[in-house]
Write a protein that binds this ligand. Structure first.
Ligand SMILES: [Zn+2]
Ligand SMILES: [Zn+2]
Length: 264
């Protein structure tokens, strides 16, 4: 059996990702409406009733918008650390007590066949995390909404076979683009979002550590283009002697739309 992964949607319009191993299916974040999430899951022939839980990275709306609805509709547990629960609870609506699952950062736990670990990342939320998923053989790494790749992130993510990596903006587009000054400053800060260049530099380390699939995620609608993100990362890798589609494969995850189902 192999890990399966699909993006259900990625970007500030709403983030939701699907991970499956054997009989265990998880969502990471649920930032689309309940209806749109179900539509996109259906397009991949995934039955929402087969999902075992939703893991939340942080409380920003584009990561939690549909979580409460899906939890009530399909009796799904929601997993998040204590501070994130306190920050998002009011936005989720009433959640059944048994579906409120509080997890600890940096501590492995299992949901059926998948071992999960959350770890702190730099972002302007109360206690944001990235995740790794392990099936006893391979690891999937998950890091979006991150202003800076710290040693703590590297310790956790390096060695993953598939990585969902934020490539939010092109720095030049952001600087000359329509965002107000305070927002530009926020996005560019250590607590903001990862640029294409930052993603490229970290992608090189990931490939050297064995990554076979890198999926560029959470692209800005105003300050990036899919082809620009792809080419910027590809060029940085090329300069470091790494060739896309020879040494590993890379793709850009779409906003609002699901990806194909990847098997690793
Ligand atoms: Zn986000
Ligand atoms: Zn965020």
């Amino acid at each position: 059996m192999k890990f399966k992964y699909a993006s259900i949607s990625s970007g500030s319009c709403g983030n939701c990702h699907y991970i499956n191993y054997k009989d265990t299916s998880l969502l990471v974040d649920s930032g689309l409406s309940g209806k749109k999430t179900q539509e996109n899951l259906n397009s991949l022939n995934i039955d929402p009733k087969s999902i075992n839980g939703i893991l939340i990275t942080h409380e920003h709306k584009d990561h939690i918008k549909g979580a409460g609805i899906l939890s009530r509709r399909f009796d799904l547990p929601i997993y998040a650390n204590e501070k994130t629960w306190s920050a998002m609870e009011k936005d989720l609506g009433k959640i059944n007590d048994k579906n409120i699952k509080i997890i600890n950062n940096n501590k492995n736990f299992d949901i059926k066949d998948i071992q999960i670990k959350s770890f702190e990342i730099n972002h302007d939320a109360i206690d944001p995390v990235g995740y790794t998923f392990f099936n006893g053989k391979d690891k999937i790494g998950f890091i979006t909404d991150v202003g800076l790749i710290t040693d703590h992130v590297k310790e956790n993510i390096l060695g993953s076979k598939l990585v969902v990596l934020e490539s939010n903006h092109d720095e030049e587009m952001l600087k000359i683009g329509p965002y107000p000054y305070y927002l530009k400053k926020r996005v560019l800060s250590k607590l903001g979002h990862l640029s294409n260049t930052q993603a490229g530099n970290f992608a090189a380390e990931l490939v050297k550590a064995g990554a076979k699939n890198i999926l560029l995620a959470h692209l800005s609608g105003e300050n990036n283009f899919p082809a620009l993100a792809f080419e910027t990362v590809k060029q940085i890798l090329f300069e470091k002697g790494i060739k896309v589609n020879e040494d590993f494969s890379m793709a850009v995850l779409k906003r609002q739309e699901s990806s194909c189902l990847y098997e690793i």
